[in-house]
Design a protein around this ligand. Structure first.
Ligand code: PMP
Length: 388
């Protein structure tokens, strides 16, 4: 029998058959005319999915961490000051990358599950001049979403470039690069972009490219250096052969298919669908009496959820039972609370049926752990919230 266990972690996720078929098609040369067309189209569609009018897309072989590394390496010079709006593990990672490239980093940090207020960020921006401000749109370690629109506006107002880690948000959560004046946004293929792991996607605004071009010191990463990649990305968009490092031909073919599907659904419809999926999971967790890592409802992301284990139940008790009942979930990640919660991804092609099956599997697991609740309450609440 086909293994139909759902992969419901916050990336990688379940992928569409057409995307997987493109990945399995025969590999062509990276300078073959048909691949140049595919890569050229994928770059144009990447710009559209990031809702950028005039940004420069870079699609590189690598994971989301490479996308973060690339963004930072190209705009930071040793001694630059950077402000990190810190909402968890991945904001800490951004800070570590900034420091690696010589930046002096200041954090505006909230307690675990919280997020700094706009006022706190503004106070920090007023206190110093920062070249860059980084924002984690959805920190996958806490399932906390930040208000990128308001934060990017503040960065712009105080003359800092905004870098948005959208690894757990792009093509799922609302992110409008041009309209919100975001300078650099980045993601990875294996999340809401809905392509197997292996691609790092970065879009840089003209202002970010200008900052890169006016550097007085070399970019300290050879592979990430836009000096190498900018002519390549431009050549593919102009449908011309070029080479710096071999592109991930099959993944880019799969990306082109997935971006088509995303644009066909339409970004507004997609944001709305993710909000509905998030609301369904939130309603189910509430009905089951489970606490959550985000400290306020408003902070909860729509691409993943982070429920706390009921008292006395641990990861090794619950998650294998849930998996047996049909859904693979992820354990905790934030070092301060790792053992206290688990994570459910609900992004990309995830539909209401997947969410209902997952909540059903969680109910089975909870029941087998001896947790007392009304059987079916989570599924009923999810259904009601989704179809409200
Ligand atoms: N940022 C965020 C918000 C993430 O969720 C992740 C991956 N979970 C990363 C960065 C790093 O991406 P990768 O694991 O693909 O390197």
């Amino acid at each position: 029998m086909k293994d139909r266990t759902l992969l419901m972690i916050p990336g990688p996720i379940e992928f569409e058959p057409d995307v997987l078929a493109a990945l399995g098609a025969p590999t062509t040369s990276h300078v073959a005319a048909d691949f140049i067309e595919v890569f050229g189209q994928a770059l144009e569609k990447t710009r559209k999915v990031f809702l950028s009018d005039d940004g420069q897309p870079f699609v590189l072989a690598g994971s989301g961490t490479l996308a973060m590394d690339t963004a930072v390496a190209n705009v930071i010079e040793p001694g630059d000051r950077a402000l990190v709006v810190n909402t968890g593990f991945f904001s800490d990672r951004m800070a570590a990358i900034l420091e690696r490239y010589g930046a002096q980093v200041t954090h505006v940090k909230a307690p675990v599950g919280g997020r700094p207020s706009i006022g706190e960020v503004e106070t920090a921006l007023k206190a110093d001049h920062f070249k860059v401000m980084t924002i984690t749109h959805v920190d996958t370690s806490t399932a906390v979403i930040t208000d990128v629109k308001a934060l990017a506006r503040l960065a712009q107002q105080y003359g800092a470039l905004s870098i948005v880690d959208g690894v757990c948000s792009v093509a799922g959560e609302e992110l409008r690069m041009s309209e919100w004046d975001v300078d650099i946004a980045l993601t990875a293929s294996q999340k809401a972009i809905s392509v197997p792991p292996g691609l790092a996607l970065v879009v840089a605004s003209p202002r970010a490219l200008q900052t890169f071009k006016s550097r007085t010191t070399p970019v300290l990463s050879y592979y990430s250096d836009w000096t190498n990649w900018l002519p390549i990305m431009k050549a593919y968009e102009e449908r011309k052969p070029s080479y710096f490092g071999t592109p991930a031909v099959n993944l880019i073919a799969a990306l082109n298919v997935s971006l088509d599907q995303i644009l066909k659904e339409g970004l507004d419809a997609r944001f709305k669908r993710h909000r509905a999926l998030g609301a369904a999971v939130q309603a189910a967790l509430k009905a089951l009496g489970l606490g959550q890592v985000p400290l306020e409802e408003e902070f909860a992301a729509h691409t993943l959820s982070a429920p706390r284990y009921p008292k006395g139940i641990t990861q090794t008790d619950l998650l294998p039972k849930v998996q047996k009942a049909g859904a693979i979930l992820a354990g905790g990640l934030h070092p301060e609370i790792r053992a206290e919660y688990f994570r459910i991804g609900h992004m990309g092609p995830t539909n209401s049926g997947d969410v209902l099956a997952t909540i059903g599997a969680i109910e089975v697991g909870l029941q087998q752990c001896g947790y007392a609740f009304t059987s079916g309450a989570g599924v009923a609440a999810a259904q009601a919230a989704y179809y409200r």
